[in-house]
Design a protein around this ligand. Sequence first.
Ligand code: FES
Length: 190
Amino acid sequence: MDSQADQNLPATASTTAPKPAGAVVEAAPDPPVNKMRRRIVWATIAGALTTFFLMFVRFFLPRSILEPSSSFRIGAPADYAIGVDTKWQQQYRIWVTRTSDRLFVIYARCTHLGCTPDWKASENKFKCPCHGSGYDSEGINFEGPAPRPMDRAKVSIDAEGQIVVDTGTLYEWPKGAKSEFDEDGAFLRV
Ligand code: FES
């Protein structure tokens, strides 16, 4: 009876049927999820290699090429009125203070822990937002935890009469020590 039933079945291709000799076997196409995974892996490797390369280049290039110069011009002395001028704070982290006979540049860094104080024109003082240190218009500390006045940057006049500031050279007044604020380069006579 079984052999008769087999004879009535429609003829179908068997999956286990042997391939004819010499037939080309095609690989199954990659599922899309594998392609995506492969792309992510390559992108990660490329990103890591690029980062390492940039760090390598950064390490061997001289600092002077990558970092902004600490020396810059800020105009002529006549551009500054008596008092505190804050126009260079964002760009150079300095304030220019002019008194009746001097012009000097305060480096805008609190001597407590290094925050940038704010100039409070109405109170005629600098106030540090971090822990409350106060400095007068010449950067001399008078309240809060700051241990000493703020530093002053080196100033000079170039051949064109422009003020040149160098924040790479700072003049300090360490607590209990002699002030450097009267040294050559710490101020300009005006
Ligand atoms: S950093 Fe200015 S008071 Fe602390």
